[in-house]
Design a protein around this ligand. Structure first.
Ligand code: ZN
Length: 353
């Protein structure tokens, strides 16, 4: 009886471990295996063929190479890991050739290094793009959760880990699509925005690119549970909550947040402060930013950070003196940058600003 129980117990433990690590498989975590990690510095090439984002004296193709080199030298401090770069000079290389190179070195994971920019220069923060498919989604999502913790510690706002499907029903982003076609998990790491005042001073800060490289390497070390006999770092017992393997493609959120409702809680004519309460809800993806207007929606504030653990919060809107008939309107944005405009609430006429 005892022996039978023991057998079922071991079977249960085996099944439980499979359930915990269904995507990458148990063998990934077996000791003694060495990992082949490919770092892909985004863009590159002489002239202006593939510069990436260019703002505020910052050039994406140069920044990606600097971060990639810092990442490589940090990651190489760990045991049982071989680190490869798809380019280590300023040269043009297609997305497919990057994936082919990764396959040629039998890559376990490809990390494509990027910096961001937006058309209206309104967004800031870091984000991770992963494949929309099964275990590739799962691997990228799990890594993205770990990565967000490291980037957060550097003061970067976190937009989350996402996937996006293109017109052909495959992954929208080429590097991810070409890697997945070769059975290699791949994520795009969008570190920060080069066109926003919240991120630019950080990116230009002393040693920040090196710090990003170290943050990326640390996230990779934690994901693969690496140890370093050089530095004493030991992530062999590192645990994280793994995402469930999705049973179908994980599409982007193409719809605006469902709810964005405001009300005025209090007004203080002496300071011009209006205390506004906003309820913001999106069933598919988190609300991550909001902005406010006191002139009925003609002009809006810079994007503010929304506490994504809440569906309702309040904040002060300062109305400058001399504003005639202020009307409060707000916007809430989900992490796919889709937004909804709230109801408009006139500030009581009895107050003059
Ligand atoms: Zn890029």
């Amino acid at each position: 009886m005892k022996r039978v129980f023991g057998f079922f117990l071991s079977l249960f433990i085996l099944i439980a471990s499979l359930a915990l690590f269904p995507g990458t498989g148990i063998e990934v975590y077996a000791s003694g295996k060495s990992y082949n990690i490919v770092i892909d510095p985004g863009h590159g090439g002489e002239g202006d063929k593939n510069l990436g984002a260019q703002y505020n004296g910052l050039s994406e193709k140069e920044l990606t190479l600097k971060v990639a080199k810092a990442l490589k030298s940090e990651l190489e401090k760990y045991d049982n890991v071989n680190v490869y770069l798809t380019r280590d000079t300023d040269r043009l290389i297609s997305l497919e050739d990057r994936a082919k190179y990764a396959k040629s070195v039998d890559a376990d994971f490809v990390y494509s290094i990027h910096f961001n920019a937006s058309a209206a220069h309104e967004f800031y923060g870091s984000e991770v793009w992963t494949s929309a498919f099964g275990t590739y989604y799962q691997a990228g999502y799990d890594f993205g959760q770990i990565m967000a913790g490291e980037w957060s510690a550097l003061g970067l706002y976190q937009k989350g880990t996402k996937s996006k499907i293109g017109k052909q029903g495959l992954d929208y982003y080429g590097i991810i699509r070409h890697c997945v076609a070769r059975d290699i998990p791949c994520v795009i790491l969008e570190h920060a925005y080069l066109d926003h005042g919240y991120d630019v001073p950080k990116v230009k800060g002393a040693d920040f690119l090196k710090k990003l490289g170290v943050a990326d390497a640390t996230a990779i070390a934690k994901y693969f549970r690496l140890t370093s006999s050089k530095t004493g770092a030991d992530y062999s017992g590192y645990t994280y909550a793994s995402a469930a393997k999705p049973s179908s493609k994980v599409y982007q959120d193409d719809t605006d947040p469902e709810i964005c409702n405001i009300k005025i809680l209090a007004t203080d004519p002496s300071s011009g402060n209006i205390l506004v309460d906003m309820a913001a809800i999106d069933g598919q993806s988190p609300i991550i930013y909001f902005s406010y207007s006191y002139d009925g929606g003609n002009t809006y504030s810079l994007l503010q950070m929304w506490d994504r653990s809440k569906s309702e919060q309040s904040f002060n809107v300062k109305v400058p003196s001399g504003t005639v008939d202020p009307v409060i309107v707000c916007k809430c944005f989900n992490n796919f940058e889709k937004f909804t405009i709230s109801n408009a609430v006139p500030v009581q006429e009895s107050f003059s600003y």
